[in-house]
Design a binder for this molecule. Structure first.
Ligand code: ATP
Length: 435
């Protein structure tokens, strides 16, 4: 084994903080590595969060030797399904109870010349940890060998966790991978840490040199999504704006106080909506993205979506929202207030994420109209169908849609509540007249 462990035995901490099934899995991974004559370690976010006493059962294992071999043996031992990715020497194990474990071969990455694609080769744990983003993510725990469950700390990760500091491992880190700018901000804000002085200077200089512009759209989109999916997206956005990062995502996103007030309101709206567990789930991060681009002209909002390679459906929602918002105030702000069926017709077809942003930017009265739509009337359908209309003696045709919508409107307004009432309404309104 190449590794010198610290004196720190963390078995007690693991037993205390980690669910038993995860502990059993880690021990089994150690035995699988023993059987293959290799060394296995828990690495990355799991170890960081363990020392921070934050629950995280997302375990990554790195193997000095051949991760796939250890993964195969472990999968047999614990009856897990194995999804290997041969070319990377990594595998995902999925246990019958749904628990997952990532196993990778410890590897080194280097560049043969600047901006070349990295060369990846199996290597020691230390090399593997050195290619990581921040010192707080370089801690590892031995899973086998003479001192199992000992902490491995090559790069002063423990010190930085204690000092609550995000620090890169070397001066070229942000230049090598500008996505780390987002990750630095994300960890700093998530844990209430501080980006170290030198690291901050390196980050600022990389940003000023336009490194964010070099990030490929899909990657940029993923980083932004992670930021906005954090528990406190507003903190992330503030810090990104402060460090000029948003402006480099797209110049129109320079950020202003109004936009942030909207994000604050949105947080309250999302906090109201999510516990309702309606059958219309929302992608929370996407609500925040819509709110971020809300102050922008439609064309610029569209460009932001393109820059981050938004998936097709979401790009459509983003573009449609730009249009939908325009006509809405005329209906929703009307005095006296619109009937529920008018609200229904105005909001029908809007994505739930767009509705939540609309709530966040609306007056209290309008908020109530939208919340009533979301929780009560959205999804209301007539009990009658086309068959019933035929049975009543109506000729099938485009008029059916009109009739059924009229029935639905009255249901939405609470004027009709039973099928018999609907039939009576159709008879009176459409059959009497057509005779
Ligand atoms: P989270 O709690 O957000 O899941 P994590 O630390 O588990 O955080 P992952 O994105 O799952 O983050 O990455 C796993 C590990 O891979 C990290 O701990 C980090 O060491 C490393 N890593 C991820 N992205 C990068 C990167 N861009 N550059 C260097 N190392 C990275």
């Amino acid at each position: 084994m190449h590794v010198i462990t610290t004196k720190k035995n963390v078995k007690g901490l693991v037993v205390e903080r980690v669910p038993t099934e995860v502990l059993r899995l880690l021990e089994a991974a150690g035995r699988a590595a023993d059987a293959e004559g290799m060394a296995a370690y828990a690495v990355g976010g799991f170890v960081r969060d363990l020392l921070l006493r934050i629950e995280n059962t997302d375990v990554d294992v790195a193997v000095e030797g051949d991760g796939l071999k250890v993964a195969r043996r472990l999968a047999e031992m614990v009856g897990a399904r194995l999804r290997p990715h041969d070319q990377f020497g990594t595998a995902v194990l999925v246990l019958p109870d749904g628990l997952r474990l990532d196993v990778a071969t410890a590897r080194v990455e280097y560049y043969e010349y600047p901006a070349a694609p990295p060369v990846v080769e199996p290597s020691s744990l230390k090399d593997d940890l050195f290619r990581r983003d921040f010192t707080i993510n370089t801690l590892a725990i031995t899973l086998n060998g003479p001192e199992p469950f000992h902490l491995v700390d090559f790069f002063e990760g423990q010190r930085d966790l204690k000092e609550r500091t995000v620090r890169v491992l070397h001066d070229m880190s942000f230049v090598e991978d500008p996505a780390r700018v987002f990750r630095a901000i994300r960890f700093e804000q998530r844990f209430d840490f501080t980006i170290g002085r030198e690291t901050l200077a390196l980050l600022k200089s990389a940003v000023a040199q336009g490194c964010i512009g070099q990030i490929a759209p899909l990657r940029l989109g993923a980083e932004l999504r992670y930021m906005l999916a954090e528990r406190e997206p507003l903190k992330m956005v503030r810090r990104m704006a402060e460090l000029d990062v948003l402006r480099f995502v797209h110049p129109a996103l320079a950020g202003d106080g109004d936009g942030w007030r909207l994000l604050q309101h949105l947080k309250d709206v999302v906090a109201w909506y999510e516990p309702l567990y309606l059958d219309v789930p929302v992608e929370r991060w996407f609500c925040y993205l819509l709110a971020l681009v809300d102050p922008l002209p439609a064309e610029e909002a569209r460009a932001v979506g393109m820059r981050i390679a938004l998936p097709g459906r979401l790009q459509q929602v983003l573009e449609a929202f730009g249009q939908q918002r325009r006509g809405l105030p005329a209906v929703l702000d009307r005095r006296p207030p619109p009937r529920p069926s008018e609200v229904y017709r105005a909001l029908e077809g809007m994505a739930p994420e767009a509705l939540l942003v609309l709530m966040a930017r609306s007056s209290e009265d309008v908020r109530h109209l939208i919340s009533h739509y979301l929780t009560v009337t959205r999804g209301v359908e007539p009990a009658l169908g086309g068959e019933d209309l035929i049975a009543l003696g109506l000729e099938p045709g485009p008029r059916f849609t009109e009739i059924l919508e009229a029935v639905r409107d009255r249901r939405v307004d609470g004027e009709l509540t039973t099928k018999d009432q609907e039939i009576a309404f159709v008879r009176e309104t459409y059959l009497a007249r057509s005779r």
